[in-house]
Ligand binder design. Sequence first.
Ligand code: ADP
Ligand code: MG
Length: 541
Amino acid sequence: MILLDYIMNLSIFSLLVSTPLVIRSFIKLKPFKRVRLWGGIYGGIVSCILVMLSFQQQGYTYDIRYAIVILIFAYFGPMAGLITGGFALSARLFASGHWMPAIIGWSAIMIGFSIIHLYTKRLTPVKKCFYLYGTYIVIYLITVPLVFNVFRDKPLFHLQYVLFVMFGVMIGGLLIESYLKLHRIITEKDRMEVSLAESEAKYRLIAENTSDLIKIMGKDQLISYFSPSHELVLGYQNTELEKAELCKFIHPDDIFMFQNTIKALFEKKESLSMEFRFKHKNGSWIEFESRCMPVRGEANSIEYIVMISRDISERKKAEGFLLQSEKLSIVGELAAGVAHEIRNPLTTIKGFVQLYKAENSSIVYNDLLLSELERIETITSELLSLGKPQAIQLDRTNLRELIEKTLELLSPEALMKDIQFNQKFEETAFFITSEKNQLKQVFLNVLKNAMEAMPDGGEITIELRKGAEDDCVISFQDQGCGIPEELLPRLGEPFYTLKEKGTGLGLMICKKIIKQHHGSITYQSKEKEGTLVEIKLPMVN
Ligand code: ADP
Ligand code: MG
C-alpha cells in the first residue's frame, strides 16, 4: 500500500515538475523577470501539494517535500530555495502537529543548504543536487532519529524516507536536465537555421544582383548552376540554358580554346582566365572575360569549377577607340611633317610662276596654275594645322560655284577616263558658310573615289537640291564597282582602303571637314551597280 501511495506521490510530483517545462517548450515565452522568485513560489506550491499528499505507515508520515526544495536550491539558488522551504514548512505546520522538530529540522536544513550553496556556486546543478541531498541526509539523521528520538529503533522507516526523497530528486533532476538539453538543441537548431537563412540570403543577393555571370560546372563538365544575371545579360531563361549544351552558345572560333582551358583546369587544378564570345538571345556575340576557379573535394580532386564572367565588349570598344585616336594623332603628326616639307619648294615654284606670268602675260593657263598652286599652299597649311586643331575661317559660299570649279579641275582626268559629269542643279542659289578650300577638298576626294571606282568609264551624276528643313543636299552617284554592305560602316576609318595605292585617308578627312561644317556624310552602295554619296550641309540666307 505504501508503495502505491508513494508512486502516486512521485507521479504527481513528476507531473508538477514537468508541466512548466512542457509549457515553456511549446510556448516561446520571453525570459521573464524575477524568474528565481517565481521559481521559488512555484516550488513552494508544489511542496504544499506534496505535503497534502503525504501518506502514513504505522504512525510515521511520509512526504517528499524536500525533493522540490533541493531541486529549487540547486537550479534557482538560495533565495528561491528559502521561499520554497518557507511554503513547505508552513504546509507541514498546517498539516500536523509536532511543530518543534519540524521547525528545528527545517532551520537546520535551510542553514545547511545555504552554506553548501556558498561552496558549490561554481558546480553544475546536478552536482549541487548531490551535495544538497547529502547534507539533507546528514541533517535528517542527526535531527529526526537521534535528537528527537523519532522511531530510533526503526531505521527502515528513516531509510525509506530518505530513499523516497532521493528518487524524487533524481526524477525531478532527470526531467529538468532532459528539458534543458532539449532546449539547448532546439535553440541551437533555430540559431543555425537563422544563420543559414541569413547567409543564403546574402549569397542570393550577390548572385541575383551582380551583372557578372556566375556558373558552376561539375566533374562531368556540365553546368549545374547559372546565376540569374544570365537572363539580364544574355536574354535566356535559366531553364533554356540548363537544357542546352554550353558549346552551342560559344562562338565556333572560341570553342577549342574554351575546351582546352577547362581541360587544363582539371589537370593543373589552378585557376585560369580566358576570353570568349557568348551568344546573346538576339543572335549577337558578346565578349566575356572569365575567371575559372577549381574547387577541390575531399580527395584533392576537382569537384566543381566556379566561372565568373564579365562582359568586356565596352572595354574592347574603348580600346578600339583608343587605337583609332592614336592612329589619328600619328596621321596628324605625319601630315604636318609632310606639309612642312612641301611648303618650301612650293613657295619657290610659286615665285617663279608669278615671275613667268609677268613676263608672258599671254599664257592662258597661268591663272589656273597660280590658283592651283595657291590651293596646294592652303591645303598644306591646313595639313600643318591638322596636328593642332584651331578655329577655321568661315565665309559665305555659293555651293554651286564651288562644285562647278571642282568639276572643272577634274575635267581633264574625266575626259581621259571616258567619264561624263551629269550635273543636275536646282535653279536657286544655295549659300552656306564654309571654309572654301576644305569643302573643295571634300568634293575632290568623293569625286576621285567615284572616278577610281569606274575604270571603264561611265557617268557620275552630281545633284544639288534643297533637303528637309534648312539643309541642302549634294549627292554624287557613280556607276562604279560599289562597296560591300558589311564594309560601309568602316568608311571614314583612317587607313581603311581597298585600293592598291590608296591611303585610306580621303574619306576620313571628308568626315572631319563635314563635321566641322555641322553637316553629315552618308554612303549607300550596291555592289557592281554604283555608290551614292550624300552630303548634307546647313544653309544660310
Ligand atoms: P583611298 O581612296 O585612298 O582608298 P578613301 O578614304 O578615299 O581612301 O576611301 C576608302 C575606301 O572606300 C576606298 O579604298 C574604296 O574601297 C572605298 N570607296 C570610297 N568611295 C567609293 C566609291 N565611290 N565606289 C567604290 N568604293 C569606294
Ligand atoms: Mg580616295
